[in-house]
Design a protein around this ligand. Structure first.
Ligand SMILES: *Cc1c(COP(=O)(O)O)cnc(C)c1O
Length: 283
């Protein structure tokens, strides 16, 4: 197994978020925006990356956070605030309206003018930013490969699929339970990119270990083992879950061992602080 360490690609935003955000930040600047507004949960890797990359690029940032503010903010939100992000907490009910045009307009009236960046960078520009991830794999494994990548919105997978031609099998391990619309999102982003016609990709929906950010006992044991045995730091929400799924598929013989296998480490390590059972976790 080869590991593509996106977690090491950028000091402020290790992982796939840098790829997803780079073109969105460029576009915001080209449109004359000085402020960026986006959405995320209290442990969001996306808001964390946006706060860091936005500040480094000279933008003001606004993070619309799911759920009311708590007396003790999460380590993620503390970092966001330290990087200058203005945090706007909304109820879980309001947060569900984040894709709704009227709700977005009201947020921009209050906290704009700003470039609105979809949650998780899920749009064609976000996917386009991930083309280099696919190209890097094609360059490193010209003979073809099975590629495993953690998936949330599937934006990263869509960009990779558009860059990988026939000869590559791309498996996205969904971190969510029952998010069957992810496949449609991938198809939409792929169509908008105008690529990936011959790409062989699939989202695996049964490796969520209980649901988003849920940690089963086998997942926890696997992560603790893998970090020591492979020397690979992981996060329980995305990367450990996907690697466990890959391990099980290899054990079952579901993956051709004659071809190279590439695991894409999408980062998310800042989120480890949300898990008390990890050495650096604060609970
Ligand atoms: C956000 C995130 C993902 C999900 O990426 P999508 O493009 O939404 O599929 C995967 N892994 C990590 C570590 C992430 O932070």
């Amino acid at each position: 197994m080869r590991v593509l360490r996106l977690d090491r690609c950028h000091p402020l935003a290790g992982g796939n978020k840098w790829f997803k955000l780079c073109l969105l930040l460029q576009r915001a600047r080209a449109q004359g925006h000085r402020r960026l507004l986006s959405f995320g949960g209290p442990w969001s890797n996306h808001l964390h990356a946006l706060a860091g990359l936005g500040a480094a690029a000279g933008f003001e940032t606004v993070g619309v956070v799911r759920g009311e503010a708590t007396a003790e903010p999460t380590a993620t939100l503390r970092d966001c605030a330290a990087r200058g992000m203005a945090l706007v907490h909304v109820s879980r009910g309001d947060y569900r309206r984040r894709h709704d045009a009227a709700f977005q307009r009201a947020l921009l009236d209050r906290h704009g003018p700003a470039a609105l960046i979809p949650e998780g960078g899920d749009c064609v520009e976000g996917a386009r930013g991930c083309l280099p991830v696919g190209r890097a794999i094609a360059g490193a494994c010209p003979e073809g490969a099975t590629v495993v990548v953690p998936a949330g919105t599937g934006t990263t997978l869509a960009g990779m699929a558009a860059a990988l031609g026939p000869g590559y099998s791309l498996l996205g391990i969904s971190a969510l339970k029952g998010a069957l619309d992810t496949d449609d999102r991938v198809r939409r982003n792929l169509a908008a990119l105008g690529g990936g016609a011959g790409a062989d990709w699939r989202i695996v929906h049964d490796a969520h270990e209980g649901g988003f950010a849920r940690v089963s006992a086998p997942l926890r044991e696997f992560q603790q083992w893998a970090e020591i045995a492979l020397g690979l730091p992981l996060d329980p929400v995305y990367t450990a879950k996907a690697l466990l799924a890959l391990w099980r598929m290899l054990a079952r013989g579901d993956i051709d061992r004659e071809r190279p296998v590439v695991f894409v480490h999408t980062g998310g390590l800042q989120g480890r602080r949300g898990f008390a059972w990890l050495a650096d976790g604060a609970g």
